[in-house]
Design a protein around this ligand. Structure first.
Ligand code: WTA
Length: 653
């Protein structure tokens, strides 16, 4: 690779030719400290992946040894076939058995100022064992699904690990989702229990978590038990025989509950994510391969060392909170920091105050958060001591170079490498990212694949594109952390990920590679929006809107937003009612109730009719241009009705 290369393809297309080599002091102490080391490792894994993963897998606690490393019958992979292990044992028991029980596992900071708890590995283990025994006492069996709908408290992590301990499959539902969304997920997964809390703190207000669960359960006949953590103390209803307080459930339970030996391929969790249809898909991850991938990637990308305190700001309702709050760093034996609330509660400097007080060494957050920090201004950061930080990361969407530079200079003090990590719910863990001790970074690029990841950029016929050209990003070989399916929907799994480019995993992102081989993610190929780093399907939002009696037809599109990356804009044709602000409020409330606050449209445009092609397809490109306030470009002669375009324009005050 020619690092001296002046502005080339990248500069001409992306206007980005800055290159930031890792600081020499960082490289000197890093696991992978040079590009030669990276290339050697990459080649070693590529040459014989099974030998490599076999040797890495020795670090997992095997209860029964596996008989083969990989059985790959596209699109189905089985890793560590026939082996038995347990994810909670990999995250807890193993460290205690190795004499590291007194090491700090988890530091928690509550949103209300002054609330703080700390757990050593032994203490976390004890709490997980008590919860696991409690769940078992309710009759929850291996393979049964437990929904978790909780605030970011230590008990959320404990609940996940307790499910893993008894072999129950957890399905974490982000606390911002509505009761409708909980009911859909309970029904799809046939959940037998829900673990929740009375409420949670969010920007000083109390989330009505238990109340949402109560509403959802009117439509969730499969749910037999509800476990309720007392968090805020707000008034809630407890249904006798169904609902049990967490503290009552775990009282007197043993602190040494044995971990269930689970098949390598037993499901560990389901996590619902939006696809290009109205129905969220339950992405299925299994035990051994997932844990190994989460752990290995955490070690490589965050260069975890014994004295690190790792702060990943994600909520456990998202995959990042699974792989880099919980499973990855804990399996690696690291100390994690979690924070319950909003970054601007009670003030916009809360994160920097936490960094000053808790002294994390690694900080992993989302570009949308970084853009909020930039907007809130320097006065919240100046004077704060951020010198504990040695490494920064981003995830969830591409980071614009301006935000990258700000992160580098203001938060990283120009001394911390930044790892821009590309991956997905489906991939289980990070796929492409700089390695902080070796990869020279370019603002806005996730740089190079991790060892074991074989990306390719192809055109619609499946053939590799010419160098520098954009195309579909596919992964050509299986990796241990890959999804194993969509819960209960084999056809959709094959259709979505494996049919358009047969035998290769279709990520759903466009990408290009520059002259240095660096990857640049260019956005989705489907109707999936990325709002504040969260995936939303346009069709999901449209279905929610048309389920309202006032709405005849609706189209949702993304438009650029300076903090959220993308904002939701919807075009609505009314069945009845007035095209006014009151109706907009009504529709916003309806979407909030159907999906959750994160899907509430920023803009609502009323239209007498929606622009369609002759074949009846809504012209989304046109709507996107209108939503963004851009001039319409391209051919609109396929418009069914030109006047609808004119009318949409005229209404655009
Ligand atoms: C996008 C989040 C550019 C991408 C871990 C992907 C990114 C989707 C990056 C997955 C990045 C995530 N650069 N785009 N570093 N990271 N994305 O499933 O479109 O919530 O397909 O997983 O986010 O979102 P998900």
């Amino acid at each position: 690779m020619d690092m001296q290369r002046p502005a080339g393809t990248v500069a001409s297309i992306m206007q980005e030719d800055r290159l930031f080599p890792p600081p020499a002091e960082f490289s000197a102490r890093a696991r992978i400290g040079s590009m030669e080391d990276y290339s050697r490792l990459y080649a070693e894994v590529a040459r014989d992946p099974q030998a490599f993963w076999h040797s890495r897998a020795q670090s997992l606690p095997w209860m029964t040894p596996y008989s083969s490393v990989l059985d790959w019958k596209p699109p189905h992979a089985e890793w560590f076939v026939g082996g038995r292990t347990n994810a909670s044992a990999a995250c807890l028991d193993q460290h205690i058995n190795a004499g590291r029980g007194d090491k700090t596992a988890l530091v928690w900071v509550g949103e209300p100022t002054g609330e703080r708890r700390e757990y050593t590995y032994s203490q976390l283990h004890a709490e997980v064992c008590r919860c696991a025994a409690g769940l078992r006492s309710l009759g929850i069996r291996p393979g049964e699904v437990v929904s978790i709908y909780m605030p970011m408290t230590p008990e959320l992590v404990i609940a996940m690990l307790a499910c893993a301990r008894i072999g129950a499959v957890h399905s974490v539902i982000f606390g911002g989702f509505s009761s409708e969304a909980i009911a859909d997920r309970n029904a799809d997964a046939q959940a037998v229990a829900v673990i929740t809390a009375d409420g949670g703190w969010r920007r000083g207000a109390q989330l009505a978590l238990k109340k949402n669960v109560d509403v959802a359960l009117t439509k969730s006949p499969s749910v037999r038990h509800v476990v309720v953590l007392r968090r805020t103390g707000q008034a809630i209803d407890m249904v006798p025989g169904r609902d049990v307080w967490w503290h009552d459930l775990v009282a007197g339970m043993p602190t040494d509950t044995p971990a269930e030996p689970m098949d390598s391929e037993a499901p560990l969790f389901i996590l619902y994510t939006s696809g290009s249809t109205g129905k969220p898909k339950g992405i299925k991850h299994t035990t051994a391969g997932y844990i190994l991938w989460a752990k290995t990637t955490a070690e490589w990308v965050f260069d975890l060392r014994d004295d690190d305190l790792f702060w990943c700001t994600a909520d456990c309702g998202w995959i990042t909170g699974h792989s880099y709050v919980t499973y990855g760093p804990l399996a690696a034996g690291a100390s994690i920091l979690i924070y319950e609330g909003a970054p601007n509660a009670p003030h916009e400097g809360r994160f920097w105050e936490i960094i000053e007080q808790e002294k994390p060494t690694i900080f992993y957050t989302a570009p949308t958060a970084i853009r909020s920090f930039m907007k809130w201004g320097m006065e919240h950061i100046e004077g704060r001591d951020l010198s504990s930080l040695r490494l920064l990361g981003t995830v969830g969407e591409g980071i614009n170079p301006e935000a990258w530079m700000w992160y580098h200079e203001v938060i990283g003090g120009k001394r911390c490498p930044i790892v821009d990590t590309w991956w997905q719910t489906e991939t289980g863990g990070i796929m492409m990212s700089p390695l902080p001790g070796c990869t020279p970074t370019k603002p806005g690029s996730c740089t190079l694949p991790l060892p074991g990841v074989m990306p390719e950029i192809v055109d619609a016929s499946g053939a590799p594109v010419r160098p520098g050209e954009g195309g579909w990003l596919v992964i050509t070989h299986p990796w241990p952390g890959m999804l194993r399916g969509i819960w209960g929907d084999e056809a959709r799994f094959e259709e979505t990920y494996w049919s358009r480019v047969p035998g290769k995993y279709l990520a759903g992102d466009n990408a290009r590679q520059d002259a240095d081989g660096y990857y640049w993610i260019m956005g989705r190929i489907d109707d999936v929006l990325n709002v504040a780093g969260h995936r939303l399907s346009t069709i999901e939002i449209e279905s929610a809107l048309v389920s309202h009696p006032l709405v005849a037809e609706a189209a949702a599109v993304g438009r650029p937003h300076d903090v959220k990356g993308e904002a939701v804009a919807v075009f609505v044709t009314l069945q009845s009612g007035q095209a006014d602000e009151a109706t907009k409020d009504l529709l916003r409330r309806h979407v909030r109730q159907q999906i959750g606050a994160l899907a509430v449209p920023d803009d609502i445009h009323f239209a007498a009719i929606l622009p369609k092609t002759r074949s009846g397809k809504i012209m989304r490109r046109l709507l996107r241009d209108i939503a963004a306030g851009r001039e319409t470009v391209g051919d609109t002669t396929t418009l069914e009705d030109y006047s609808s375009l004119a009318a949409l324009r005229a209404n655009d005050e």
